[in-house]
Design a protein around this ligand. Structure first.
Ligand SMILES: CC(C)(COP(=O)(O)OP(=O)(O)OC[C@H]1O[C@@H](n2cnc3c(N)ncnc32)[C@H](O)[C@@H]1OP(=O)(O)O)[C@@H](O)C(=O)NCCC(=O)NCCS
Length: 244
């Protein structure tokens, strides 16, 4: 039987990566076909409203992996209250999809709360107020976003949150707590809607970490990664990973 999703091979037979490679066009000179450039700021020809984050960065405390994009310009302006003296970092993995209007609120947003007033006298000229000790501030550490995370538009992510690989955050959500891998959350505060896959599949994907593969290998994996038949994709992944 010919298969629409995996056209290069017979679905009744076991598959391996060589079969998938056969489905990837190779030019006559034997060189791998064209691959996208993760270092270009505008990766879609003629469109300046979607940017790859990594090449647009100037702040050393914001780190992003290849191919993660923001639906807009000036991603750094979406990272707020981010002061070098706090040393907190925003770390984003690879292949993340970040919607317009997202805001990453960093630790500088949180005022001292273990005192009578929360007013930050120390930041203003003239009061001569002591700078609070780090332990007196509610510092939550780095904000860490995994890989292949889809963040809907106008989401707000609070300081110190860790978002697992493959998670989905619904639009307008406020993320206050860590999100496990391959989990869909939404709302204010964001709550779990459901897991995307069964535990076995999630474990496989966390082991595979496809986003860390060589770009040519990722290209050959695209038929599996985009297959809407998850049972079939799981089967093919197990073969590819030598588990079946
Ligand atoms: C989260 C999302 C992906 C939908 O996921 P889904 O699994 O299909 O969710 P459903 O529509 O079946 O909704 C499941 C539940 O979550 C709730 N829900 C879904 N999205 C929500 C959101 N953004 N905020 C609050 N609740 C939400 C639904 O009301 C529903 O609740 P119920 O079970 O009590 O009725 C989608 O709602 C979303 O937010 N997409 C982001 C789109 C975007 O921002 N795109 C910009 C370009 S990147």
């Amino acid at each position: 039987m010919t298969d629409d999703i995996f056209p290069a091979f017979d679905s009744s037979q076991s598959t391996n990566i060589r079969t998938l490679e056969a489905a990837t066009p190779t030019p006559p000179n034997g060189q791998p076909s064209h691959t996208p450039d993760p270092n270009t700021i505008f990766p879609i020809h003629g469109l300046d409203t979607l940017t790859f984050i990594k090449p647009s960065l100037t702040n050393p405390n914001i780190i992003a992996g290849d191919f993660s994009y923001y639906s807009g310009q000036d991603f750094e302006s979406r990272v707020t209250h981010h002061y070098p003296f706090n040393g907190d970092r925003l770390i984003i993995g690879k292949f993340c999809q970040i919607g317009a209007g997202v805001e990453f609120v960093m630790n500088g947003a949180n005022h001292q709360m273990n005192s009578i007033t929360t007013y930050p006298f120390f930041i203003f000229d003239g009061w001569n107020a002591p700078t609070p000790k780090p332990q007196d501030l509610p510092l939550k550490g780095d904000t860490v976003i995994g890989s292949d995370v889809w963040i809907g538009q106008n989401v707000t992510v609070l300081p110190g949150v860790h978002v697992g690989d493959g998670a989905i955050i619904g639009l307008n959500s406020t993320v206050t707590r860590d999100i496990p891998p391959y989990t869909i959350v939404a709302g204010n505060p964001a709550r779990i809607i459901r897991k995307r896959f069964d535990d076995e599949m999630i474990a496989l994907l966390e082991r595979l970490k496809w986003w860390d593969k060589d770009i040519h290998e990722i290209k050959t994996l695209i038929p599996i990664l985009t297959c809407p038949d998850i049972l079939r994709a799981k089967h093919e992944l197990k073969i590819y990973m030598g588990l079946q």
